[in-house]
Design a protein. Structure first.
Length: 373
């Protein structure tokens, strides 16, 4: 059923980026764009990069709204040109803002993964998705206005789609701005990167993350400092953690770790059982991600000589410091992280039993902890 198809450019549990009124923590990126605009150095291609979930799509929609709602500056007129804009904020009652919210703005086109002939969401953006822009450029060229394209995300283009987009960047249509969202710009063609100006977005600090989460209406049960530490400044990750009970799951992982060298097997079995059954696929995937975070924080503790701050669970710092007290331990945990993460993801890919995979991971962590000299 089509209503069960996920929206590719929207985080589950959060408003769509076009519906997000305020962008928190990315003032530097906004100022960089506005400076380029007001100094008449508006590039035709912009690459919005940074970790997943820090506001790249929200910024793209804010830029698009600003460009389409802001008239071109001219010197003629009785009173001369208006002063340059000092912000990219646009009144939500502006006609452009209202049309964009309704998905009816003729000057804007979006490119995301589409549905295939079987009614399923594709894993990649295909060349037909890019070629449809030709019709968009043709239909909107007559009005002489500005046009904006948002590609979310450019990382998901296959080779043919990337080459088709590259041609547009090489010969951009008049008064057109292309906004490419990229979580991993290294995956893009170097020629695409070289034809775009980059705006780098950074992880949010705990205060901005908290404000952004409140804006989404997300249930903020649990310690916000722990949530910020686990989410690493990503609103998208924080929403996923909050909606799936990630804070509680990570706390259980830390408790299991704290029981070493005498493993609390009952706790481990309970954690494994939580990843099975109907509708548990997302919890299983999150559990694997939390294992990865825990192993990384263990390695960082030994390498830095102290646990990462702030804590991501009560008692975490003491447990990390005990199990990873020095550089030798850091190397063991780093090697274990690479091996264990690889096994987890391989097991997930070949559909191994989730509970068995979780228990295997716990036992390997127990084995690594026992290698202390």
């Amino acid at each position: 059923m089509t209503d069960e198809i996920p929206i590719p450019d929207k985080v589950e549990g959060a408003p769509h980026p076009r519906e997000t009124p305020v962008l928190y923590g990315q003032g530097a990126a906004e100022r960089a764009f506005l400076t380029a605009y007001t100094s008449d150095r508006l590039h035709h291609g912009w690459l919005l990069t940074g970790p997943r979930g820090v506001g790249k799509a929200t910024l793209a929609w804010r830029i698009a709204r600003f460009l389409l709602a802001t008239p071109a500056v001219s010197d003629d007129g009785l009173f001369g040109a208006p002063p340059p804009p000092e912000t990219i904020d646009i009144d939500p009652e502006h006609p452009v803002a209202r049309r964009m919210l309704a998905g009816a703005e003729p000057g804007l086109a979006t490119v995301t993964r589409t549905v295939n002939d079987k009614g399923r969401l594709r894993d990649e953006i295909v060349v037909e998705d890019i070629r449809r822009l030709g019709r968009f450029f043709g239909l909107s060229a007559a009005d002489g206005g500005r046009r904006v394209v948002i590609v979310d995300s450019a990382d998901e283009m296959n080779v043919s789609a990337a080459n088709a987009l590259l041609k547009m960047l090489e010969e951009p249509p008049a008064r057109t701005t292309l906004l490419l969202i990229s979580h991993q710009p290294s995956r893009l063609l170097p020629t695409i990167r070289s034809r775009c100006r980059t705006l780098r977005l950074t992880p949010l600090d705990p205060d901005d993350l908290q404000s952004a989460l409140i804006q989404t209406g997300c249930d903020l049960a649990g310690d916000p400092i722990h949530l910020a530490a686990l989410a690493a400044g990503s609103v998208g990750d924080a929403i996923r953690l909050a909606t799936l009970g990630g804070l509680g799951m990570y706390s259980e992982l830390v408790a299991i770790l704290a029981s070493l060298p005498r493993l609390d097997r009952q706790r481990a079995l309970k954690l494994a059982e939580a990843t099975t059954g109907r509708g548990a696929a997302e919890r299983f995937d999150l559990t694997l991600n939390l294992f990865d975070i825990l192993l990384t924080r263990l390695a960082r503790t030994g390498a830095a000589g102290s646990p990462p701050q702030p804590e991501a669970a009560s008692g975490e710092a003491e447990t990390l410091a005990r199990l990873s007290p020095d550089q030798d331990a850091a190397r063991r945990w780093a090697e274990a992280a690479a091996t264990i993460t690889g096994r987890m993801r391989h097991g997930q890919a070949v559909n191994l039993d989730p509970a068995a995979l979780v228990l295997d991971t716990v036992f390997r962590i127990e084995q690594t902890a026992g290698q202390r000299t």
